[in-house]
Design a protein around this ligand. Structure first.
Ligand code: AMP
Ligand code: MG
Length: 355
C-alpha cells in the first residue's frame, strides 16, 4: 500500500492507496476557518497547523494500514508554500527511515491532472492500465485557485502543457469577483450559489479571452470590468441585483474555459477530456464542459468532490499511476521541496513554465 501525504497549502492530508483495491482511507484537516479572518492563507500559521495535525491524521491511517503493510511513501514536493511543503516532506522522510521503505516526491499539479481517473481505477482496479490507455491521448483542464491550464497526457503518460493563464487563475477571478461583490472567502462556491437565482445575460462583461485563436487564458480584465460596473451602481442596486451580477460574472469566466477547451479539442484528436481542481466542483461548469466533450464524441472524466481541492488521495494515486512515466521524483532521502514546480513544460518549450 502507498501512504500519501499532502501539505502544500492550507490542507493537511493523509491517504492510503492500495493498487488492488483503490483508496482505502483518506483523512484531512482543513484550515479554511483559520485563514478566513485574514482573507487568504497565512504561511506561518499554515505550517504550524501542519505540524500539529500530521500526527493525529497518521494515527488514524495506521488503524487501516499497519506500518508493515506500507510499501512506499508519496509526498507532495511542490508547488506550494515552502514552509508547508517542508512539513510534509520532513514527515515523509522520517517515516521512510523508520519503516525502511522508499519515499517519492509527487508534483501536486500532476496529481490534480490524474485525479479524474481515480474513479476509473476504483471501478475495476485490475483493469486500470488497459482502461486508461483507451482514454489516451487525453486533454485536461486544471482549474483551481492558483492555476488554470490545458494540458495533454500522451500514450506514454507524458504530460505536456498546452496553455495557461497569462494573469489570474479562474478560481482567483471568482474569488476576487466575490470580494468586490461583498461575499466571503473562498468566493467560487458563494458565487455559484447566488448565480443559481440570477440571470447570466443580465450584464455583459468582456469575454475573458485573450486573442480569439489563442488557447491562453486571461481573467484580469474581467475583474476590472466588474469593478467599473459596480462603481456605477448604488449600494441598494448592487444588493437587489447581486444574483444577476454573480450569474453574469460566472458565465464570463466559464465561457472562456469552455470555448478554449472546445478549440483545443478541435485542433487535435483526443480520446478523453478531463476536469480537475477546486473550480471543478461547479455544476454549471461541469455541465458546460461535459456538453463540449459529448458534442465532439470525446469521453468526459472529472475529479470527484473529495479530490478536487487539495487532498492526499490524488497524491498517493499519482505516485502509483505515474510510476513509469517519469513524473515522480525518486531522490529518496535527498528529496527536496520545489515551491514553484510547473505542471509540465509547453510544446517545444525548453524552459520550465508555471501553470
Ligand atoms: P484549489 O485551489 O484547488 O484548492 O481550489 C480552490 C478554488 O476553487 C477557489 O478559488 C474556490 O473559489 C474555487 N471553488 C471551489 N468550489 C467552487 C465552486 N463550486 N464553484 C466555483 N469555484 C469553486
Ligand atoms: Mg491544489
Amino acid at each position: 500500500m502507498i501512504l500519501g501525504l499532502e501539505s502544500s497549502c492550507d490542507e493537511t492530508a493523509v491517504a492510503v492507496f492500495d493498487p488492488a483495491r483503490g483508496l482505502v482511507g483518506e483523512w484531512i484537516h482543513s484550515q479554511i476557518a483559520l485563514h478566513e479572518a485574514y482573507g487568504g492563507v497565512v504561511p506561518d500559521l499554515a505550517s504550524r497547523e501542519h505540524l500539529q495535525h500530521f500526527g493525529p491524521l497518521l494515527q488514524r491511517a495506521l488503524v487501516v494500514m499497519p506500518a508493515s503493510a506500507c510499501a512506499k511513501i508519496a509526498v507532495t514536493r511542490g508547488p506550494g508554500l515552502a514552509a508547508c511543503l517542508a512539513m510534509g516532506v520532513a514527515t515523509a522522510k522520517s517515516l521512510a527511515l523508520a519503516w525502511r521503505v522508499p519515499v517519492v516526491g509527487v508534483n501536486h499539479l500532476r496529481a490534480h491532472a490524474f485525479s479524474p481517473f481515480i474513479g476509473l481505477h476504483a471501478a475495476d482496479p485490475a483493469d486500470f492500465d488497459a482502461a486508461f490507455t483507451k482514454l489516451l491521448p487525453h486533454l485536461g483542464l486544471l482549474v483551481s485557485g492558483g492555476n488554470t491550464a490545458l494540458f495533454t497526457i500522451d500514450e506514454q503518460r507524458r504530460l505536456k502543457l498546452v496553455s495557461a493563464t497569462m494573469d489570474d487563475a479562474a478560481g482567483e477571478a471568482l474569488d476576487k469577483g466575490a470580494k468586490l461583490l461583498g461575499l466571503g472567502y473562498p468566493g467560487g462556491p458563494l458565487v455559484e450559489r447566488l448565480a443559481k437565482g440570477g440571470n447570466p445575460t443580465a450584464f455583459t462583461f468582456p469575454k475573458a479571452v485573450a486573442p480569439r485563436v489563442s488557447l491562453e487564458f486571461s481573467f484580469s480584465g474581467l475583474k476590472t470590468s466588474l469593478r467599473y460596473t459596480l462603481e456605477k451602481m448604488t449600494a441598494a442596486e448592487i444588493e437587489t441585483r447581486r444574483a444577476d451580477l454573480c450569474a453574469s460574472y460566472q458565465r464570463a469566466v466559464f465561457e472562456a474555459l469552455t470555448r478554449k477547451s472546445a478549440l483545443a479539442l478541435e485542433r487535435r484528436r483526443y480520446r478523453s477530456f478531463g476536469l480537475s481542481g477546486g473550480v471543478a466542483n461547479n455544476r454549471t461548469l461541469q455541465e458546460g464542459l461535459s456538453r463540449v466533450a459529448a458534442e465532439r464524441g470525446v469521453a468526459f472524466h472529472r475529479a470527484q468532490p473529495a479530490h478536487t481541492g487539495d487532498n492526499a488521495g490524488m497524491v498517493a494515486f499519482a505516485a502509483w499511476a505515474e510510476r513509469e512515466s517519469g513524473g515522480v521524483d525518486e531522490s529518496g532521502l535527498a528529496l527536496e521541496i520545489a515551491p514553484s514546480l510547473p505542471l509540465a513544460q509547453g510544446p517545444g518549450d525548453a524552459s520550465a513554465r508555471g501553470g
